[in-house]
Design a protein around this ligand. Structure first.
Ligand code: WT7
Length: 652
């Protein structure tokens, strides 16, 4: 282990395995060699303006051409100034009159087993009709529409219809509480609410409209509400405020030209919780975002016209915005969209869907992969997964053990894995292998995409040497970047642009190895400082998870008089019972894997870890528990409250 100095983060993880794409994959890939990818990267680096200019001209439809590619007045970027385009046009109309017109756009699977497919032409008609509904309800360009819906095709239709008429959508994940909806509606000044009667989740009927009713009592700016009938449960409809989706659609014309929108017109707001404080409304705009998600989708997923792409995220997260809706549709892809839980009715539901729809590209989160591992290989073995040619992950670092399982069990050692690093704020993927060009190392998101310029700095803002951990920043504006926090320029400046002058601060720690591969080391707040050595939580966790009886682990620092911080870990185990013996074995295991310094001081066994609804472990809550605090901090983003109660019981 390297010695600590000057605010760097020590790395203890040693991962030497390297995997190259197969000859077959490479022979069919769009970017098929390291040299080709390097050429793109060099072109973008030398002249980012010319690089993006060329793509923007060729790949977006312009009602009016732009005059200037970029105006950068730190921290505010404007891309393609003066141009007029429309994101819904680029996603749908652009394919009409081509061979993609009758291609399937959405292959939808409901949780109870119902199915629907929509071709690009059918999607166009639905979007136009709903766009006319929006207009009929008084929505004009710039109005904010709040969307709280299950994962049904109408959710994508609603997003695209907003884009078509120039309205700004704010999609709120349909697991959030009425409080969370009301907060977001108030902050955004939403004028219209879209929802459904209910939604299916693990066989249960979630009462979405009831939740919305409670939220609307505290959403003073929302005037009307449109309700889709999905599950058929009883709901109350308020006269004059609430309307049924199907009734409004009956009379809506399928003719609705797309509104020419300014390149920098807001496209959507998406609230992210961050680990503390009030949610931030991340603002994305039209042309730059559209171009960025289209190109990154094509590059990272090596998209071909015969692919069936499945991103398992929910449209309530940025992953769903960028890689279920806007990226894939701009590229004319066929997308699977699934409504429900991965373990309903059984733990093999995902593999059943892959087999049934002959999915070729599968994109999911490490937290899901760890759940599959825990559920057992027999669920996977039941299904024919030979259609798959490429796998992806997103949302958090993937520990090498889970990576190897994914590679072997799901990919049959045939499919490259793209570990994609990005954020709600970045709009699209920033670092990822280009699967035909870049060999992969388990646990590394490999290299920046063309036009992305990451730098790693220490507390003083100086560049760190290779292989040293530090704060990950981005050096030059890119078209998909956030344009601010909704209604709070000061917070935007403070949060992302003040700590390291002139650079976008991602909030993550990372190191770049001698081959130029990046390793994300967790959030800046997640560093543990043991006797002056700064350790990354991810590395301790990866070491624990490499033990055969550990399913999941979370490491945190708790105050310690002698060492500054001691390491406390929470683990869920498989196949055996909790015991002191196992506790001792795990301590030894970490000691052996990464060294004495990283040996955990406390090990607590638990049934489950507290997670946000997007699957991230809430270390802040664990810190409170480890410190023995009576009350823990903000829990509004916690997915399952019973987990917290259990953790407390486990203490006794
Ligand atoms: C944070 C962003 C990107 C869409 C979903 C999450 C972590 C994300 C990776 C990865 C390691 C990752 C980072 C990042 N993260 N992808 N491949 N490897 N960490 O979006 O909720 O805005 O979260 O997720 O910490 O900053 P988000």
């Amino acid at each position: 282990m390297s010695q600590s100095s000057g605010g760097q983060i020590d790395t203890v993880m040693q991962e030497d395995r390297i995997f190259s794409p197969s000859e077959k994959f490479v022979s069919q890939a769009q970017i098929a060699s390291l040299e080709a990818s390097q050429q793109m990267w060099d072109d973008a680096h030398r002249d980012p303006i010319a690089f993006w200019d060329q793509f923007a001209k060729e790949e977006l439809h312009w009602f009016e051409p732009y005059r200037q590619v970029l105006e950068w007045q730190e921290p505010f970027a404007k891309w393609f100034l003066g141009g007029k385009t429309n994101v819904a046009y680029n996603c749908i109309d652009a394919h009409l009159g081509t061979e993609r017109e009758d291609k399937t756009a959405i292959l939808w699977e409901g949780e109870p087993g119902d199915q629907r497919t929509l071709t690009y032409r059918e999607l166009h008609e639905e979007v136009c009709r709903f766009a006319n509904v929006l207009k009929h309800l008084g929505i004009v360009p710039g109005d904010v529409v709040s969307i709280y819906m299950p994962m049904v095709p109408e959710l994508a239709i609603a997003m695209l219809a907003c884009a078509r008429v120039g309205a700004v959508h704010s999609v709120i994940f349909a697991g959030f509480s009425s409080e969370a909806i009301a907060d977001r509606n108030q902050d955004a000044g939403a004028k219209l609410q879209l929802t459904a009667d209910g939604g299916w989740r693990r066989g249960k009927n979630l009462p979405l409209k009831d939740t919305v009713d409670a939220a609307l009592e505290k959403s003073s700016t929302v005037e009307k509400c449109v309700v889709l009938r999905r599950t058929g449960i009883q709901v109350s409809m308020q006269e004059g405020r609430d309307f049924w989706w199907h009734e409004l659609m009956e009379n809506a014309s399928p003719d609705c030209p797309a509104e020419p929108m300014d390149s920098e017109a807001p496209l959507f707001i998406l609230y992210t919780s961050g680990s503390t404080g009030k949610p931030k409304g991340i603002k994305h705009t039209t042309a730059g975002y559209n171009l960025y998600v289209k190109k990154t989708f094509e590059w990272v997923f090596d998209h071909r016209d015969d692919d069936v792409f499945w991103c398992t995220a929910d449209c309530g997260w940025i992953t769903g915005h960028s890689y279920i809706v806007y990226g894939p549709f701009s590229a004319g892809a066929t997308c699977v969209m699934y409504e429900g839980a991965p373990n309903h009715p059984h733990e093999d539901r995902f593999w059943e869907i892959v087999e049934k729809h002959r999915v070729t590209i599968f994109y999911t989160a490490p937290t899901a992969i760890r759940a599959f591992i825990k559920w057992g290989d027999h669920h996977v073995e039941k299904h024919d997964l030979t259609s798959l040619r490429l796998l992806g992950t997103v949302g958090e670092g993937i520990n090498p053990e889970a990576w190897i399982w994914y590679h072997k069990m799901i990919g049959a050692e045939r499919c490259p894995i793209v570990d994609t690093w990005w954020q709600t704020e970045t709009g699209g993927i920033m670092m990822s292998p280009l699967p035909g060009a870049i060999s992969t190392k388990p646990g590394s998101c490999t290299k920046p995409l063309p036009g992305v310029m990451p730098v790693i700095v220490d507390e003083q803002g100086d560049l760190v040497a290779s292989n040293n951990g530090g704060m990950l920043c981005i050096d030059h504006p890119w078209p998909g970047m956030l344009r601010g926090i909704w209604g709070d320029d000061e917070r935007y400046r403070e949060q992302y642009w003040s700590k390291v002058p002139g650079k976008y601060l991602t909030g993550d720690n990372a190191r770049c190895d001698n081959d130029g591969y990046y390793w994300i080391m967790g959030r800046i707040d997640d560093v543990i400082n043991v006797s002056g050595h700064r350790l990354s939580t991810i590395e301790v966790e990866s070491a624990l998870v490499s033990h055969p009886h550990v399913a999941e682990a979370a490491a945190i620092g708790r105050p310690d008089e002698i060492k500054g911080q001691a390491i406390a870990v929470f683990v869920t185990i498989k196949d055996v019972e909790a015991s002191d013996e196992l506790r001792g074995e795990l301590k030894q295991h970490v000691r052996k894997e990464i060294g004495a310094l990283a040996q955990p001081d406390d090990i607590r066994f638990t049934n489950a870890l507290p997670k946000t609804r997007s699957g991230k472990i809430m270390r802040r809550l664990l810190r409170d528990i480890a410190e023995g605090k009576e009350k823990v901090g903000d829990t509004t983003t916690l997915e399952d409250y019973s987990v917290l109660a259990n953790l407390r019981e486990d203490e006794e």
